[in-house]
Design a protein around this ligand. Sequence first.
Ligand SMILES: [Zn+2]
Length: 647
Amino acid sequence: MAGLIRREDIDQVRERARIDEIVGEHVTLRGAGAGSMKGLCPFHDERTPSFHVRPALGLWHCFGCSEGGDTIAFVQKLNHLSFTEAVEYLAEKYGVTLRYEDGGGPKRGIEPGRRQRLIEAHRVAQDFYREHLDRPEGKLAREFLKSRGFGLQEVNRFRVGASPSGWDGLTRHLRSRGFTEDELLATGLSIQGSRGVYDRFRGRALWPIRDLTGATVGFGARKLDEDPNSPKYLNTPETIIYKKSQVLYGIDLAKKDIARQRKVVIVEGYTDVMAAHAAGETTAVATCGTAFGSGHTQIIRRLLGDVSSPAAGVVLSDGRAPGGEVIFTFDGDEAGKAAARKAYVEDQAFAAQTFVAVDPNGMDPCDVRVSRGDEALRALIASRVPLFEFVLRSVLGELNLDSAEGRVQGVRACGPILAGIKDRALRMEYSRQVAGWLGMDPRDVEAAQRRVSPVRDAGSPSGQTGDPQDVVIERPKDPVAQTEWYALAAAVQHPLDVIGAGFETLEPESFAVPAHRAIFSVIAAGGGLDGFLDHLQTAESEMGVGAPAVELATRRWGDSLREASDPVLRDGLTALTVSPLPISAEDEARGYAQGIVRALVRRDLARQAGNIQARLNRLPDNSEEYSRAFAELISIDARRRAYRDVS
Ligand SMILES: [Zn+2]
């Protein structure tokens, strides 16, 4: 069994893995000032981005939930991996060969590399199923796909396959490739029976389900025979790599276009995703054997990203820009309406940008394409209506509005839905619309809302602030504390530019905020800026003099400081390192860094002068102590003047 990974190899992974690339697979990042990017945090639910990434230094930090760290920590946290597994994942991705220290004893729990093994098994299974589709026994699956309008191109793009109808075709194949029984069971692809291990999927069409990185983590399967005892659809059960509340079928193919077009189409089945992509709606995804829930909402929101360009057709009036379009297609039957209402109840802010597209004949997107073609499918998506409108119309559609009683019932039925719309202007707009549809006075519709308890969003409040139980080191609001924050941030981000501004004259007491004092102490304990210069010398000997050496040294110096800190201070250092400086271009960094550190030094000289002044007041005039303190005051005053003159 593998032991500890060698330190040099971990460092190499850390230096080679691109944080913006890794984060960018999950979060849409946009520029946030010089050298800094931001997006919606994948670790807490938010609508305005507080998740910052500093690519050059390989660090990230969320100012909303205070999570942060390096690339390894990001991969660990996002995929729920151990440190070793995260390093192995990144090493594979960036072509770093890992060497292990001898003598690392066997570990309990998830072994190192377990996840990679399971993903590898899925890769083998996917090829096995795909190959099987072309064989004589794949006939039923081929006919099924053909009847749904799919040719070789779609089959290959989605790597659809077929499973043999025998009991253990795949199980034997995986075993022959060296996978253990324990691994087979952990993938969910095999089941433990009384007479041994056998295949979960038999005689079915198979759709590989991939995560955002494109790794196959599970399968969706449809039966092809008429056996009344087996379910029509069957999915991979929950495993360490497959969580149905967090996977979306087609997301690996759709993610780029979702981010680019700021639009996502959510359909109900695997064939609907294929049909939509085949028809040119390349933002289509589907949940896998579960209802669309908050885990899915978070994935979508992260891809849609920050909100700056208004989406077509949506008018939000509270100043919040709409964050792109989320279009649900439903089959148009009662289940579809119920699902729409559920989606509505789940998340208000999401609902405000949500649309519904329903085919008038009750067909699903795949049927629409088979019977009427690509263009009809695109027209179906384009016919979307805002979710609120859809829900209100569905409610009214069940009533006879030709009678006065029906219209009164309509007002009563719409009341709670309208009252549940938190956005006031949007609520009034819909009240007016309902009044219009019913031919009633808008005031009667508004009165109906006051009599009811609104349909409320049951979700948790959005994480605008950090978890109160955490010790949070964050960018302060008050200007005195801000000077300290930015001076420290300038020092850890641009140590070379800070040199000469007097940073080395500061002491822990120069900082009023205890957390800043503690962080300064960490920097001071690491030799202050001299510590950085040591790293710079090493980096320059490795790669020559220049900006890349400065960047590498800055990064290594920061890593060494973070390593020497306790976890709370480490988070604080990370936060400082990714916190954008108030500059608009990287070449303003030096001027800013010098200025902010000088401002802090000036303030500190004033503090020191004040302290000495107070001491002088307590000392007898002619004592030796008095003359010493007085001389000190004179020298401090001289320095204060010097600082005033240069800045
Ligand atoms: Zn966060």
